[in-house]
Design a protein around this ligand. Sequence first.
Ligand SMILES: NC(=O)c1ccc[n+]([C@@H]2O[C@H](COP(=O)([O-])OP(=O)(O)OC[C@H]3O[C@@H](n4cnc5c(N)ncnc54)[C@H](OP(=O)(O)O)[C@@H]3O)[C@@H](O)[C@H]2O)c1
Length: 268
Amino acid sequence: MRIGFIGAGSMVAAIVRGAVAAGRRGSDFLFTDAHGVHAPALAKEVGGEVARSNGSLAHRVDLLFLGVKPHVQYTVIERIAHIVRERPEMCVVSLAAGRTLDTILQDFGAAVPLIRVMPNVNAQIGQSMSGICAVNASEEQICAVEDLMNTVGRSVRIQEKDFPIFSALAGCSPAWVFQIIETLARAGVKHGLSKDAAVAVVTQALFGSASLVADAHSRGLVPAQLIDQVTSPGGTTIAGLLAAESHGLSNALVAAVDAAVKRDAELS
Ligand SMILES: NC(=O)c1ccc[n+]([C@@H]2O[C@H](COP(=O)([O-])OP(=O)(O)OC[C@H]3O[C@@H](n4cnc5c(N)ncnc54)[C@H](OP(=O)(O)O)[C@@H]3O)[C@@H](O)[C@H]2O)c1
């Protein structure tokens, strides 16, 4: 299966590197970009090929990834729509945040096979949580995209109506976690640790905690049960937890999700 990528920026590079590391043949990949720097570099790195133009790429591939920024996507589609319409066996894959299946189909002016993927920044280290939904695509095409996305983390099929909440929980939450790590590390500095040591301590603590939740979840346990396990009566953890709650920890996180979902609706 030949896979083409229009755009060779950070997300496409993460997906392609993950795929090649998982044993996919780089020679199956074709690339284009806007300035002739990133596509040749990525093609050289993985043994792929640079296509002459977006149109030439659209003539030659079975899966066509639109890896450009959302505001550029319409312009790119406008120039290749006639080629895509003539090749109903080809499936288009959009990585663009906030662009719905309906909007993209309108841009193509036809019911082309289309898959929408929402990866997250952790794809760079093979730890994405990616959401996938599709219209007009075959099961084989959806599985091909799922297999590719699973080389850079995990993926789940979701209904498109759930994309806004998925995007908040999986797409936006990494930035919120970065802020939590930064803040806890600053608290460590306040109490005498170096920033470097504090970041290392907090990062490993959160990394281990997320892994423990994942392990517990696979055994049918929920995070609240883990909280009960670590909050000894009269201890430091319950004192800290209740102080955080009285300062609005849970409310702040729910407000962050609400704001992201609201903003997604405004942008769509
Ligand atoms: N990065 C993330 O964490 C993340 C997370 C979720 C979803 N996404 C989605 O993934 C997509 C790509 O994001 P990104 O962060 O990888 O962006 P990026 O690093 O800015 O890459 C965009 C790529 O598009 C290329 N491009 C622009 N106009 C083009 C054109 N007319 N023809 C061909 N290529 C063109 C650029 O070429 P040059 O290299 O020559 O400039 C660049 O390689 C976006 O739709 C974004 O919403 C990204």
